[in-house]
Design a protein around this ligand. Structure first.
Ligand code: ASP
Ligand code: MG
Length: 418
């Protein structure tokens, strides 16, 4: 069996949905499970809606109506006006209506997952309805009954045994009947609350299904020709990799290459399932294949840019040396606030880290750190990571930029720049 994943960009408008149907049409003779993300930038909009709701800001309904109008505009272009999908989508949005009617009581992360998850619930309903409307039989599966997670909202940890047991029990007989359409990014807790797996987590969903079902391959359909050595939106003259090894792909995603979610590769590597990254605009193109014996060809260095970074230095309140005791306290504080450290360095009197600027995590982190340490920080920075750097590549990249922190190893260079 095959697993496909379509991201938000591939279903951002009616044309995208038609194209998806066209691609799937070519695979109707396969057993196929299709994982789909929210349409276009819906997750960002629902994230904004969550913030507006929590802060009680006035624009709640403006944001919400825009999200709804966007989806209704797409289905108006795809279906005739009596099609049941209109009611179906209306009813799915009702989940958000109910939340917005009351004052926020629960934690930000919990509310976030309940609201943001609606993006995937509606996108999959639309795609499933459209496939059947155009003569391709498919069934909609609620992923929350299969991907079981703990209750770490916004970062649900997958309970693998429970998940694989449920998937192996129910999915193969369903696949005998027709193509399955299901949601990326979502999971469910044992109390039936919705969780999410972390931003851009739909690739991970595809990889979980594939590894539990021992799929032949996973294909993620993208708006790029495959995996490139750098983001084509930031660099001209990029080069596509025909192949990559699992390990190199893991390294790339670890440093922030957003083309695949970092958790995606490991389960596939363990189960020896290749991951294909292909352009949805040109389904017959070869794309990039990630596999165990993938041959890495680094003609050009791999450049990964992480935007919106904060460089934060922590030192002891009494100006004493930074000791291992301090470090273990600091790491505990970071772990508790679920803040991932992208780069770090210690010196005699301070410990410096580069982290993502995520207001809802950063503010509470700062409060706790300030209690025990002296803290200084700079925001609005970029973290550049260069794998397999060549003689001049670093020089060229940092030309005209102020480098605040730099680390160099044989294969990897990292620089925090302004
Ligand atoms: N829709 C989610 C996001 O944008 C998940 C995904 O796209 O993979 O983060
Ligand atoms: Mg997305």
């Amino acid at each position: 069996m095959l697993v496909f994943k379509f991201g938000g960009a591939s279903v951002k408008d009616a044309e995208g949905v038609r194209n998806l149907a066209h691609i799937i049409q070519g695979y109707q003779n396969n057993q196929l499970l299709v994982v789909i993300s929210a349409m276009g930038k819906t997750t960002n909009s629902l994230e904004k809606l969550t913030k507006a709701y929590i802060n009680g800001s006035e624009d709640i309904y403006a944001i919400y109506e825009e999200v709804k109008a966007y989806h209704f505009n797409i289905i108006t272009q795809l279906f005739d006006k009596n099609h049941p999908v209109f009611d179906d989508i209306q009813n799915t949005f009702v989940e958000i209506d109910w939340i917005l009617e009351d004052e926020p009581q629960d934690s930000y992360d919990f509310i976030y997952d309940q609201i943001v998850s609606v993006g995937e619930l509606v996108s999959t309903r639309i795609v499933n309805a459209y496939l059947n409307y155009s003569g391709i039989t498919s069934q909609w599966v609620d992923v929350r009954g299969y991907i079981h997670t703990d209750n770490t909202y916004r970062e649900g940890a997958v309970q693998w045994d429970k998940t694989c047991t449920a998937i192996r029990r129910d999915i193969p007989p369903l696949l005998q009947k027709s193509i399955i359409i299901t949601q990326g990014f979502l999971g469910g807790t044992s109390e039936n609350f919705t969780t999410t797996l972390g931003r851009e987590g739909s690739d991970y969903t595809a990889s979980i299904f594939a590894s539990c079902l021992q799929a032949e391959s996973v294909t993620t359909w993208k708006d790029v020709p495959g995996i490139l050595n750098a983001d084509p939106k930031l660099f001209s003259d990029t080069k596509k990799f025909d192949e990559l090894s699992y390990s190199e792909a893991i390294e790339m995603t670890y440093y922030g290459a957003t083309v695949i979610h970092p958790k995606t590769i490991k389960p596939l590597q363990n189960a020896k399932i290749p991951l294909l990254v292909k352009p949805f605009t040109d389904p017959s193109a070869s794309g990039t294949v990630i596999k165990e014996d993938g041959v890495n060809n680094f003609e050009k260095p791999v450049i990964i840019v992480k935007q919106n970074q904060v460089l934060l230095s922590v030192s002891a309140k009494d100006y004493s040396f930074i000791t291992e005791d301090h470090l273990s306290d600091i790491f505990r504080i970071f772990a508790k606030s679920h803040t991932k450290i992208n780069m770090m360095q210690t010196s005699a009197l301070s410990f410096t880290v580069c982290i993502d600027d995520q207001a809802e995590r950063f503010e509470p982190l700062l409060t706790v750190l300030n209690e025990y340490f002296r803290v200084r920080y700079n925001s609005n920075l970029k973290l550049l990571t260069v794998r397999h750097h060549k003689n001049n590549s670093l020089q060229e990249l940092t030309n005209g930029k102020e480098v605040l922190l730099e680390q160099l190893s044989r294969n990897t260079a990292q620089m925090v720049v302004r």
